[in-house]
Write a protein that binds this ligand. Structure first.
Ligand SMILES: Cc1cc2nc3c(=O)[nH]c(=O)nc-3n(C[C@H](O)[C@H](O)[C@H](O)COP(=O)(O)O)c2cc1C
Ligand code: SF4
Ligand code: SF4
Length: 243
């Protein structure tokens, strides 16, 4: 069984491709009871701030873990020390991370200055490469190869051990989300896409955030009117096409 967590669809897309290549069932982790996680052989998740998304970590803490697991991480660029975080996490709980691959996909992080969605050229290139790389990853997973094949990027320790805690402390959660009520067309897409049901529509048809956000940015990207701002920096930022 392949489980995924996904905000804007990158990790879901990867899980579904692997599901076809490996002829395995694909499930959304948000609908897998923690007792049933023991059946999961491959976990596909995005990297948030050079680490495991907070929601996924919380889920894994209470989940019954399989003896060994293969991990595929989707990211915009690089993963920092996420593979080490996962290796340590599983080994402390009498489980084992057998392999870890990272895969570059269209970027979804836009909330800080200097971060934006990828140009169409970059998106096309990443998707082309992803198709090729997934064949390689699938072959290795088929053979149960023990392998760490990831892009940690420059200064991975600084990113994961210094910047990440700061990010988690100051920049996670939904407190900075704002909606332009005049632009909103009450289409519900932001509520429908939220993987953790953190967006509810008010009686006036305006989204309201419920403070258990998983940080995925999907509600920002999906809005057809760019009516949702993730921070004061996102007004002129791009929106990733959902896949
Ligand atoms: C809050 C947040 C933090 C992110 N941090 C990173 C990061 O540290 N490194 C990176 O390469 N991409 C980062 N990204 C980009 C995502 O990892 C990437 O686009 C991923 O494929 C999104 O997957 P999804 O569509 O399944 O949610 C981040 C995205 C978000 C929303
Ligand atoms: S509220 Fe938005 S950013 Fe938070 S988990 Fe839901 S869709 Fe993702
Ligand atoms: S996706 Fe945008 S337009 Fe649709 S309900 Fe949400 S804020 Fe309004």
């Amino acid at each position: 069984m392949i489980a995924f967590f996904s905000g804007t669809g990158n990790s879901k897309w990867v899980a579904q491709k692997l599901g076809v290549l490996l002829e395995q069932e694909v499930v959304n982790i948000t609908s897998v009871a923690s007792d049933d996680f023991i059946k999961v052989k491959i976990l596909v998740i995005p990297v948030y701030a050079w680490g495991v998304p907070r929601w996924v970590k919380q889920y894994l803490i209470t989940a019954e873990l399989p003896q060994k697991i293969d991990i595929v991480l989707t990211c915009g660029d690089d993963i920092g020390m996420t593979d080490v975080e996962l290796r340590n996490f599983f080994s402390k709980r009498n489980s084992r991370m057998n392999s870890c691959h990272s895969l570059q996909m269209p970027n979804t992080y836009v909330a800080l200055p200097g971060f934006d969605t990828d140009s169409q050229d970059v998106v096309s290139k990443k998707m082309e490469n992803a198709h090729i790389r997934l064949q390689v990853i699938a072959e290795r997973l088929k053979d149960s190869k023990e392998v760490i094949d990831v892009v940690r990027g420059g200064f991975p320790r600084i990113k994961s051990y210094i910047l990440r805690p700061l990010f988690n402390h100051c920049l996670t959660g939904d407190k900075r989300f704002k909606v332009d009520t005049k632009a909103c067309i009450h289409c519900n897409r932001c509520a429908d896409i939220c993987p953790v049901q953190n967006v509810r529509m008010t009686d006036e048809g305006i989204p309201k955030w419920l403070h258990h956000c998983a940080d995925c940015s999907a509600c920002y990207h999906v809005c057809p009117k760019h009516a949702i701002q993730h921070s004061s920096f996102t007004k002129n930022k791009g929106q990733k096409k959902l896949i």
